[in-house]
Design a protein around this ligand. Structure first.
Ligand code: ADP
Ligand code: MG
Length: 642
């Protein structure tokens, strides 16, 4: 038989390699930015059009290339960064494979201009699908500019695979942020379709993080600093109360390279143990420096995963240093009830002078009457115990640990006093969440009115989770959370489609701050959100001003609702307006629905059951889970027959 093996022509090999290196415009952004950083640039501009699909351009003021290098850099395995295999173990550069430019040139139209400082003239090269179209001498500033146009022009299948501009833009944004966060000493600017997304002057870590995230980030950050022989940790973690719903703001950099590590993430989460609400995610920006020979960054083609020699030690150091920082900045005690308060180091009070105790005299106090006002007064003062003498008044709870009091005494220790003068009925309605339904009068589509038994109380709540109600054929058990989700979902969807939701005007407009990636999403969602009843007064570069909100939301729920929404839309905004509305309605229903564990008054239970059966689709929640089950009398009889 004749031999059949052939070597692939270079341009085919390059196209295949490109599949590994270049998945989407963001991959080009990453490679070009990293090359600019490796060229020691102090100023880097990123310019993209149509989320990078039609143009990705990176202009740097780095060291540039000679005429020969300018030509060579497009060859596969052409790199100036390593010479021998050993160099892999002392890498100080981002690149080293020498594949990126060859790969990109194989699948796009590329134009490069480059000049070294010492040269009079530079080189201007045009290359399309691996073919050199032209090479000229040109008058150029020092540095290099790469423009990559029409990505995947020769591989339509790959081009068609690209997601919407919103999604692709988000990926570009992610890559840009990672590189810009890793190199605060470089001035970065970023333009999308002609508008400036970022202009980040050279700065320190904190300023860079704030510049990238949003104006309000600064106050949320707690510094972390730890220097040991095997690792140096610097950076910031966020205070637990600012933890978010999604994992969008979690960054590890190892030797100035963004990496992903489930293991190190776990170490951070362990440091927050007991401090976070269920499922919430702390933001962190952690910069680790380790000796280059103790890591292997070669295990992943796009190099976001690395292997450490001594993972366990890193884990322990990371966890301890973050725990220490959180403790030092006095953010630990909030939810950690089991700790001994004597162990708290009251740094917070370190430089404060002790205040002279003040004595409050109740002028109206009359020891001979035993009315409720007096009772209130004496209870409150005995409740805060020795702490109250130390500070004057309100902050007694946090001070109690300082004055050697071994148990934390919350002001609510005398909680009864809060209710003095209120009758019990009122007290109860304070506790439970005040939700009501607009459509109180409903005709149940599932059960006729007369089927529901009329006598006395019709619903019972069990385990703060289910509502049980007798019906003629037996009983119905409603899952309160899912039922409420269904009701809210249909309400929102209806409002959005008929476009006449009512709003409540806010007395003081709400200012909410977001990162620019989130702002992009919000911009896009604005029209749909407005149909639910939101009124946006303005959308600035890093925050929105809300002056009106839907009637079924309280002011304090707004940021939660929007955050949930952003997190639900991580994977992109649906293209059709119907599914966009659907997603928003689902997300808002999820955030706002009464949760398992909430106590409902009889009236609320009633509204919930009626509201559910007035829905178009009462059987399932918006997330396709059953909302209720029924039990026929016969079924119950059967159980007793045993
Ligand atoms: P790698 O970065 O892995 O070396 P690339 O294909 O990304 O491979 O780049 C090939 C070579 O081209 C680099 O090693 C570098 O010498 C040169 N180069 C690429 N971009 C620049 C730039 N912006 N400035 C100067 N030299 C560059
Ligand atoms: Mg490179």
């Amino acid at each position: 038989m004749s031999s059949i093996i052939q070597l692939l022509p270079d341009h085919v090999a390059n196209q295949i390699a490109a599949g590994e290196v270049v998945q989407r415009p963001a991959s080009v952004v990453k490679e070009l930015l990293e090359n600019a950083v490796d060229a020691n640039a102090t100023d880097i501009k990123l310019i993209i059009k149509d989320a990078g699909k039609s143009l990705v351009q990176v202009i740097d003021n780095g060291k540039g290339m000679s005429v020969t290098d300018a030509r060579l850099c497009f060859e596969r395995h052409a790199t100036s960064k390593i010479r021998q295999a050993e160099d892999l173990f002392s890498l100080a550069t981002k690149g080293f494979r020498g594949e990126a430019l060859a790969s990109i040139a194989a699948i796009a139209h590329m134009e490069m201009k480059t000049k070294q400082d010492q040269d009079e003239l530079g080189t201007h090269i045009i290359i399309e699908g691996s073919k050199f179209v032209s090479q000229e001498v040109a008058v150029l500033p020092k540095g290099t500019s790469f423009a990559v146009k029409n990505l995947f022009f020769n591989i339509p299948a790959r081009r068609n695979f690209l997601k919407s501009d919103t999604v692709e833009f988000r990926h570009v944004m992610d890559e840009f942020q990672r590189v810009a966060l890793a190199h605060p000493n470089i001035h970065f600017t970023f333009y999308h379709n002609g508008s400036e997304m970022y202009n980040l002057p050279a700065a320190g870590y904190r300023q860079r993080i704030v510049g990238i995230m949003s104006g309000k980030t600064n106050e949320k950050l707690v510094p972390v600093n730890e220097d040991t022989e095997i690792i140096n940790v610097q950076g910031f973690v966020c205070k637990p109360e600012f933890a978010k719903k999604n994992r969008g703001e979690q960054f590890f950099f190892v030797n100035d390279r963004f990496i992903k590590s489930g293991y190190l993430h776990h170490a951070v989460m362990a440091a927050y143990d007991g401090l976070l609400k269920d499922g919430s995610q702390p933001s962190y920006f952690l910069y680790l420096q380790v000796p280059p020979n103790t890591i292997d960054i070669n295990i992943h083609p796009t190099k976001t995963e690395i292997k450490f020699d001594d993972e366990q030690a890193l884990y322990a150091i990371l966890r301890a240093s973050i725990k220490h920082s959180l403790g030092q900045f006095n953010v630990a005690p909030v939810l950690d009830f089991d700790r001994d308060a004597n162990l708290d180091t009251p740094y917070h009070y370190k430089d404060l002078e002790a205040e002279t105790p003040t004595i409050q005299v109740d002028g109206t106090f009359n020891p001979f009457t035993d009315d409720k006002t007096n009772q209130h007064y004496s209870k409150a003062s005995s409740g805060s115990g020795s702490g109250s003498g130390f500070s004057s008044g309100s902050s007694s709870s946090s001070v109690s640990s300082y004055s050697g009091y071994s148990k934390r005494v919350e002001p609510t220790a005398s909680w009864e006093s809060l209710y003095v003068g209120l009758d019990l009925d009122n007290a109860e309605s304070i506790e439970s969440s005040p939700f009501t339904f607009e459509n109180e009068e409903v005709t149940s589509s599932l059960f006729n009115d007369d089927e529901v038994e009329q006598a006395g109380q019709k619903t019972y709540q069990i385990h703060k989770k289910y509502i049980v109600s007798p019906i003629k054929s037996g009983m119905v058990i409603v899952d309160q959370q899912r039922a409420h989700q269904r009701i809210l979902y249909e309400q929102f969807l209806l409002n959005m489609t008929v476009n006449q939701a009512s709003s409540q005007q806010l007395l003081f407009p709400l200012d909410l701050f977001y990162s620019s990636a989130e702002m992009e999403l919000i911009e896009e969602l604005k029209p749909s959100l407005e149909t639910t009843g939101f009124i946006f007064e303005a959308a600035k570069s890093d925050h929105i001003v809300i002056s009106g909100i839907p009637v079924n939301i309280t002011e304090s729920e707004v940021s939660l609702v929007i955050e949930q929404l952003l997190s639900d839309l991580q994977d992109g905004i649906p293209a059709s307006s119907y599914s966009q509305n659907d997603t928003i309605a689902k997300s808002m229903a999820k955030s706002l629905a009464v949760k398992t564990g909430s106590y409902l008054t009889e009236k609320e239970q009633d509204n919930l059951v009626n509201g559910l059966f007035a829905c178009k689709d009462p059987n399932i929640s918006p997330f396709q889970k059953p909302t209720f089950i029924t039990m026929r009398v016969e079924d119950i009889d059967k159980k007793f027959a045993l």
